[in-house]
Design a protein around this ligand. Structure first.
Ligand SMILES: Cc1cc2nc3c(=O)[nH]c(=O)nc-3n(C[C@H](O)[C@H](O)[C@H](O)COP(=O)(O)O)c2cc1C
Length: 216
């Protein structure tokens, strides 16, 4: 496994910023986009359940509708690709069984051999302590994928903006998610920064490391 130099990593993370204006003429090449989709798939999630759906939008008409549902933020129409992260609002035994079947298929083991793991998941999510917050729990998993996506994009030289500035009900309606059991929680727009985006050159505002990290 190759590693990258620590200073290379930090320079990419410093290069990343929440892009306000993308250059609408620049599209992310297909191969790069496919890699970025892989980062969404490879992101870790609690139990591995991946309780979310990811809607990738490139269609200009759909982007325009999303912009209207997102406080008219220009990123939605100027980006190359937008990813809408929609968490699964409720996790059922059927969802857990589908996951157990997938493990059995990928790892070539019997579903019976996974009974204890299945019980562990249902014990937490169906009638257990996570059930009342299953919606929030699923949203947290979606945000982990968001983080993986943002960092990976920066490493590939792709600009992004994470976005919560939208009306979820409206976005769900535009995407046909209403009533499906999935609902939008966050959006990532991606593309290439416009030369006119003055935010690109602003100093990063962060609290000092010492106030955030408590080493013991
Ligand atoms: C979950 C989340 C939601 C955000 N929503 C928006 C948004 O709707 N519009 C926007 O322009 N920036 C949005 N931001 C960007 C933040 O304002 C930005 O990340 C923060 O100010 C730090 O700046 P930097 O990312 O440029 O380093 C969001 C960031 C996160 C993580």
């Amino acid at each position: 496994m190759d590693t990258i130099a620590p200073e290379t990593l930090i320079s990419h993370l410093e290069w990343r910023y929440a892009t306000k204006r993308f250059d609408p003429g620049q599209k992310i090449p297909d191969a790069t986009w496919r890699t970025l989709e892989d980062t969404l798939v490879l992101a870790p999630s609690s139990f591995g359940l991946q309780p979310f759906k990811l809607v990738v939008v490139t269609d200009p008409a759909l982007k325009a509708k999303l912009r209207l549902a997102s406080w008219d933020q220009p990123q939605l129409t100027e980006c190359s690709h937008a990813v809408i992260f929609a968490r699964r609002q409720k996790t059922t035994e059927a969802d857990i069984d589908r996951f157990v079947a997938r493990i059995a298929e990928v790892r070539g083991v019997t579903k019976e051999s996974l009974a204890a793991y299945r019980g562990y998941m249902t014990g937490a999510l169906v009638g257990g302590p996570l059930e009342p917050i299953a919606d929030l729990w699923a949203a947290r998993q979606a945000y982990i994928a968001l983080g993986a996506f943002l960092t990976s994009a920066a490493l590939l030289g792709v600009d992004t903006c994470p976005m919560e500035g939208f009306v979820p009900d409206k976005v769900d309606e535009v995407l046909g998610l209403t009533g499906t059991g999935f609902g939008s929680v966050v959006i990532a727009t991606a593309g290439y920064r416009s030369a006119e985006d003055k935010y690109a050159s602003l100093a990063k505002v962060r609290f000092p490391k010492e106030t955030l990290i408590d080493r013991r």
